[in-house]
Design a protein around this ligand. Sequence first.
Ligand code: FES
Ligand SMILES: [Fe+2]
Length: 379
Amino acid sequence: MELETTLRGHTVHNAVREVGINPNYWYPVSWSEDLKPEAILSVQIWQRPVALYRDRKGAVHAIEDACPHKGVELHKGKVEGDRIACPYHGWEFDAEGNCAHIPYLPEGQKLPCAQARVYPAQERYGLVWVFPGAVELAEVRSLPEIPEYDDPDCFMIQIPGHFHAHFSICNENTMDVFHGYLHENLQGWYNPQLLKLKETEESVKADYRVHYKGWITKVLGLSADGGVTTRTVSVHYQYPHYHSSMEGVSSLYLMRLPVGPEETRSFSMLFLRLPIPNWLINPIRKPLMRLVRQYFFMPFLLQDVEMMESEQNNYRLNAQRRYVEINPAIIALQRVILRQYTQFVQQSAANDSQQHDKHNAAEGGRMADGDIVRSPSLR
Ligand code: FES
Ligand SMILES: [Fe+2]
């Protein structure tokens, strides 16, 4: 649905600061290179602790970070072949989360039925992804498409982000092209204008026209002499991640990991088409990436982090305070986040009540069979 682009006052949906995630999507949890063989990483997806490890073939596994014996965190243990072993009593769990070995159990004795929850996990685009929702949906949900990742002519910059703020605050920062003011000293963009806005059940797409001038236009190859240049920036939020691009220059994929109500991480990949031949860039890709990230992008990100955390601080002090927004793209984004959560909650409630009905029907049947209590229908 196309929406109006007029800037006018809207009251911010305070409820958006309280919602949880729709877990029925793939979430990035770590850069692949950070998950070393035989190591165990501890991560959190919306307050669910998850332990990540690799089996002998290098395939990634994600298991609930709580031992089914007494609840000790499994990431404190070690990898034993294809299994993960708890540090406390050494119980070992296989890729399905089943207890497969207890070191002190007498030989021949049956293992207890102790199972840890495992999550679908996969690796793509240099990231480890986990699906925290209903297992049967993992196959049908796809990862974001990042064609530039496999394009040797694209120079990739990986940018990690960590914010002490609710994911809605972080997502609004990405959708909000009107905050060029904040980055003025870094010669960011200026004079933005919202050109087009579209909203669907699970997405918001906003096109903005922005202006650049100064040294940044030379670095990005926007203008040879640093003069004023005008570009369209498209920001596309496809729940729960982002893709934004600047006409013919750059493409940014921002993958969001909501850790908890006041903590969010992001795994971003920025792709630039540099006017430098591959043979020159290839040997120095990694150090060049670190350099550009450190001196060019981190100063921008740090300014954003301060704003987001400041917003969260005041929300924490007074959650009742009403705020005013004038960018309709932000209001549309809030609707999507609220809708996704509400749909998930309603769907879960419907599934629970179905399970409950099935369980009751089964119980009723059993009781009637046993002739102890008659089910109402038999009276
Ligand atoms: S608590 Fe994990 S083996 Fe005992
Ligand atoms: Fe920013």
